[in-house]
Ligand binder design. Sequence first.
Ligand code: C5P
Length: 404
Amino acid sequence: MADILKNKKILLIIGGGIAAYKCLDLIRRLKDRGVEIKAILTRGGEQFVTPLSISSLTENKVYQELFSLTDEAEMGHIRLSRENDLILVAPATADLMAKMATGIADNLATTTLLATNKPVMVAPTMNSEMWGNPATQNNLNVLKNRDVAIIPPADGNLACGEVGTGRLAEVDDIISHIEAFFLSITNNPLNGKKIIVTAGPTHETIDPVRYIANRSSGKQGYAIAESLRMKGADVILVSGPTNLKTPNGVDRRNVISAQEMMEETKRTLPADAVICVAAVADWRVKEPKTQKIKKQNSAIPRLEFTENPDILKTVSTDKKRRPSLVIGFAAETENVTEYAKDKLARKGCDWIIANDISGDVMGGDENKVYLITNTGIESWPSMSKSRVADNIAQKIEAYFKEHQ
Ligand code: C5P
């Protein structure tokens, strides 16, 4: 599947903040995603990163001077301001933002920003008092009113030794803002669709230190969340405990037990689609103990179980808020498609993705699945979980194209 960032052109304006060093990683990460980057390095930026490192990473010339005969002949500020899909100012200092707000054009960066007719995104960084100063906040509002997108600074330790708001957003966060921007201007049928994905195992408490769980790693659900996000969906990932990184731009809601997963899913409805990938524990301990069960307390404890709510079935049969597409998974070790067809009917969902878990699917990277709908069965060859996710996302995209 084509990456939303592939072949996009970004002009990066690097202001004079200590966080300019983060730009090096940002450039490398964007280049890995197929972005073409040109950079303007301001006088201030030059104090923190060198033109050589920027140009080595962008594999392009670095632009610095407004009155450079060669630069203006090769690529003047007007062309620089026009020949990109997006202009990103990172880090944006208080000074740079003030100049943008008032329209000062006293160097290559500010002149390019004044001359551009392209979308502009700004990632501010500064001392927290400077950030909170009404002058900066006024400038910020002016920029927002002119549709400049702001990547808010984060809280934490600042380079000046103080603590507060003003750290440059993390590179991951900047990238997800860029992705969201490009997704918002594409017309993919999944763009803006709200999709809930449940993923991972659930843990059911026995006592404060023990629980019952299953072997799900969450990999398949996370991969699906990522593929859908890459196609522009607003993805809410209701996740049981996993060790996985949240895919960029995905809104993850952590839960532990099946009951919590049910509650969070219900709270998040309505949605356009729900995909239940979680390996929810079928049962929970009826009366979990609030104190640790001691080993020396004579007899081996007997646990009494009770049934957990079935999230997939509840969502599928919700009379008022049933999403137009509900997809379940069926992990089976035998008679895979037979059991899955039965599950489709029992749970009332639209599709079942049945997987043969007789190998080491649980926790592994490969998956062999069947797509079962009311109209037939597709058998997909064994492939990586991320390919399975891409294929499922493509099917969902086709569904929404048909049911716009
Ligand atoms: O009944 P079974 O557990 O085999 O069904 C699997 C499908 O149902 C998966 O999509 C799983 O996420 C979903 N499920 C659920 N809530 C449960 C049990 C299963 O959403 N309590």
